[in-house]
Design a binder for this molecule. Structure first.
Ligand code: AN7
Length: 347
């Protein structure tokens, strides 16, 4: 039914807000038995790759675009490591308004670039990193009056609270730990606000610990200083100066959680484990939390038996290049039964 209809009473929508709906939200919360037993916990993955543009960004984008239209804006602009641009482009297309996206040149996964172009956005490749592209987008928005739909737009984070509400609606409570990748730091802040709101209205009585995971080469929140040249295979979270750093720090300290860094190698290992032992294909950035849980377990810092939800923020299909760089190639055979039998019998 879409997030606006499902959670209307918790959202700042009025009779004047146009309905914007690509049937986002209501994504599966998948119990992962094999990965759970490896870790000695109850592990659920919230598969945000099932959203219409393949990432969690859709949860807030419908609202950012609806409010932009309500305010009389007639175009949207954003900077993006890929998923925000795909989402903005999709919702702008659905409403027939122009969308401008600024991407760090050469550092966006192929699927995301294909999406933004297919949805008809004006795609601008900036010779610089995401942080610089974001500054430019903000200046461009100010000069032109385009609606800025990065997570500095408050409606984005309000819509993204719906992920927390869905988890609680399914589990009947909040998890013990909420594990999430952190880039520009909006989503962890939105989830924390969402859990708190559910507690305030009496839907849950206990809040989770917020566990934020960053890539080692782009970990400003872990090391408590901006990272001028962020670098990681998880291009979605290749961000050195998160705009919502203050909110994310508050979420972690208020909840008794922590930030942790994982290496690219650990991220890719986690991506393979999630796919091959969980049956879920998520993009590299989305696998930082699982990499972190594996790391904490090895250090003896993962309490046994706890319930953990990890947010699988984007679909693995968005970044086929990174996936193919780690797996083997198909076994090729001639079109006869003998060749096939040799393979089936493992010869
Ligand atoms: C798959 O698209 O910042 O901490 O420009 O695509 O809320 O930024 C993407 C971020 C995690 C980090 N996982 O979330 C963008 C962008 C995936 C992402 C994050 C992103 P935030």
């Amino acid at each position: 039914m879409g997030v606006m209809k499902h959670y209307r009473e918790l959202l700042p929508v009025t009779d004047k807000t146009p309905e914007v709906n690509l049937e986002e939200g209501n994504t599966p919360l998948i119990y992962l038995p094999r990965v759970s037993s490896r870790l000695g916990i109850k592990l659920y993955g919230k598969f945000e790759g099932c959203n219409p543009s393949g990432s969690f960004k859709d949860r807030g984008m419908f609202l950012a675009v609806a409010k932009a239209l309500e305010d009389g804006k007639r175009a949207v602009i954003c900077a993006s490591t890929g998923n925000t641009s795909a989402s903005a482009a999709a919702y702008a297309a659905s409403q027939g308004i122009p969308c401008f996206v600024l991407l760090p040149a050469g550092k966006v996964a192929l699927g995301k670039l294909a999406q933004a172009l297919m949805y008809g956005a004006k795609v601008i490749a900036v010779k610089g990193n995401f942080d610089r592209a974001l500054e430019l987008a903000r200046e461009g928005a100010e000069k032109t009056g385009c609606a800025m739909v990065n997570s500095v737009n408050p409606y984005r984070l309000i819509g993204q609270r719906s992920g927390a509400w869905e988890i609680c609606d399914v589990l009947g409570k909040a998890p013990d730990w909420h594990a999430i990748p952190v880039g520009n730091a909006g989503n962890i802040s939105a989830y924390w606000a969402g859990y708190n709101e559910y507690k305030r209205i009496g839907k849950i009585d206990k809040l989770p610990r917020m566990m934020g995971f960053q890539a080692e080469g782009a970990a400003p929140l872990v090391y408590n200083r901006p990272c001028p040249n962020p670098e990681t295979v998880a291009t979605a979270i290749r961000i050195g100066n998160p705009v919502s750093a203050h909110l994310a720090r508050a979420a972690v300290s208020e909840s008794g959680g922590e930030f942790n860094a994982v290496t690219d190698e650990q991220i890719l290992e986690a991506q393979r484990i999630l796919a091959a032992e969980g049956g879920v294909f998520a993009e590299p950035a989305s696998c930082a939390p699982l990499a972190g849980l594996l790391k904490l377990q090895r250090a003896g810092k993962l309490p046994e038996g706890i319930t953990v939800t990890m947010i699988l923020t984007g679909n693995g299909l968005k970044d086929p290049d990174t996936a193919m760089s780690q797996v083997g190639r198909p076994t090729e055979i001639n079109d006869n039964l003998e060749d096939l039998m040799r393979v089936l019998e493992g010869k």
